[in-house]
Design a protein around this ligand. Structure first.
Ligand code: FAD
Length: 416
């Protein structure tokens, strides 16, 4: 870290006057080579890798609110690479490897904690499906382990094994999965990008695109027109609305996803646990709060707040899996807007508008993708070619019928 313990002590006794902001607050220039729309995890990571790994300069990130005000600061912080399909698994394993070196890369404590994920198995057919998934993970270099009921019980004795509504038969474990501090990830990438000369411009909403002869030449914003050689859009839950300004209709629906946190408890949950018979998953934060969630709200919405039916559904899942949770008090709940693609998989691609690129469709699971998504999007913007692990994330796959059907629906381990 940049600040030593001694520095912390000095600031504490001298009134905290010596701290510097982690990034500059620049005025926008008239034009940039690269304009990234959206200062969430993906936009910031893209700008960071464009500058640091691809040697590009004259880069700006435009954020309508403040950096990290979107889903990057609202998610339940789970990182993992337990996917099944060839279009997805290598991408998420690449992301996992980037997570493993991220704090050294950024020299920033993002609290990456590889405490493991357990996908609970309730039926024999589910064990077969998870075994297949585990094999696919191993083939792409990820770790996976099938646990029987006794092995699981040693790790998670508090689950409902006796007379349970959904009997527990074991679990698929990915030990290298875990959690990371979500807003720390945004701050780390922001500081890294800024230190490579990227202009991070907050309170700057993109309200339109400037085009000439089918090519994007800049963006209209609440702070004026900004010229751009290339524009990369990474606005998560706002993808359809922003791309509509360029005349494009996306295969994406926006839904709210809610999350919940309990009062702080003593260490109880060993890692991340997902229920296999309904929509419920849980982990425990370093402060002791149980962090949990479930499915998206069923209707389309751009409001960052959810409704009671999903609260009830999540509570039912929680009580079915671990009845002891009924004794914990809920502290807070919140929502974020998900850019749900039709097949559950993302898009990292050029668009029919020359110079305009899209990063979207992350559904429930874009936090874990942040490093790889930023790297692959930067690769595409810098070289014009998709990165090797992101070749399947084409926008036209929906028209061609080449879907990557791995949505986080139902009781799959690819939830969140
Ligand atoms: P955001 O942080 O939303 O960034 C997009 C930014 O674009 C926003 O800051 C927004 O203000 C900005 N923007 C929008 N429109 C404009 C405009 N016109 N001009 C300028 N800026 C604009 N994923 C996981 O992998 N693991 C999890 O455990 C997990 N849990 C989740 C739990 C919840 C409750 C939620 C809501 C999401 C969860 N996710 C999880 C999903 C994950 O958070 C998202 O997929 C991911 O954060 C999206 O990418 P982002 O960080 O770039 O998005």
């Amino acid at each position: 870290m940049r600040f030593s313990g001694l520095r912390l002590l000095k600031e504490a006794v001298t009134g905290h006057k010596g701290w510097q902001p982690l990034w500059r607050d620049p005025e926008s220039q008239e034009a940039y080579d690269f304009v990234i729309v959206g200062g969430g995890g993906h936009g910031l990571a893209t700008a960071y890798y464009l500058a640091s790994h691809f040697g590009k300069s004259r880069i700006a990130v435009l954020e309508k609110g403040w950096l990290g005000s979107g889903n990057i600061g609202r998610n339940t912080t789970i990182i993992r690479s337990n996917y099944l399909l060839p279009g997805n698994q290598p991408f998420y394993e690449f992301s996992m490897k980037l997570w493993e070196g991220l704090e050294q890369e950024l020299n920033f404590n993002a609290m990456v904690s590889q405490r493991g994920i357990l996908n609970i198995i309730h039926t024999d057919a589910q064990r077969d499906a998870y075994r297949r998934r585990g094999n696919a993970m191993r083939l792409s270099g990820a770790d996976a382990q099938l646990l029987n009921r006794d092995e699981l019980r040693e790790m998670a004795p508090f689950l409902n094994y006796e007379h349970a509504r959904f009997p527990i038969k074991g679990a698929l474990l990915q030990a290298r999965a875990g959690t990371a501090r979500h807003d720390g990830v945004a701050w780390g990438y922001a500081r890294g990008a800024d230190s490579h000369g990227v202009d991070l411009i907050q309170n700057c909403e993109v309200t339109g695109f400037r085009m000439e002869g089918g090519r994007v030449t800049g963006v209209e914003t609440t702070r004026g027109v900004i010229g751009a050689g290339k524009v990369g859009v990474a606005v998560a839950g706002s993808s359809s609305r922003v791309m509509a300004m360029a005349g494009l209709r996306l295969p994406i629906e926006s839904h709210v996803l809610q999350a919940f946190v309990s009062e702080g408890l003593k260490p109880t949950i060993p890692g991340v646990i997902t229920f296999g018979a309904g929509h419920f998953y849980i982990s425990q934060s370093d402060k002791g709060g149980l962090v949990f969630g479930g499915d998206i709200d069923g209707y389309n919405s751009y409001a960052q707040r959810g409704n009671l039916p999903v609260v009830e559904d999540v509570a039912e899942g929680a009580m079915a899996l671990m009845p002891m949770i009924g004794r914990a008090r809920l502290l807070r709940s919140w929502g974020g807007i998900m850019d749900m693609s039709i097949d559950g998989s993302p898009i990292i691609d050029r668009t029919p508008v020359d110079g305009l690129y899209l990063n979207a469709g992350w559904c429930y699971g874009g936090f874990k993708a942040t490093p790889a998504s930023g790297f692959a999007f930067a690769h595409l913007l810098a070289t014009g070619e998709p990165h090797d692990v992101a070749t399947a994330y084409r926008l036209d796959r929906f028209a061609r019928g080449h879907l990557i059907d791995e949505r986080g629906a139902g009781a799959q381990p690819n939830l969140h």
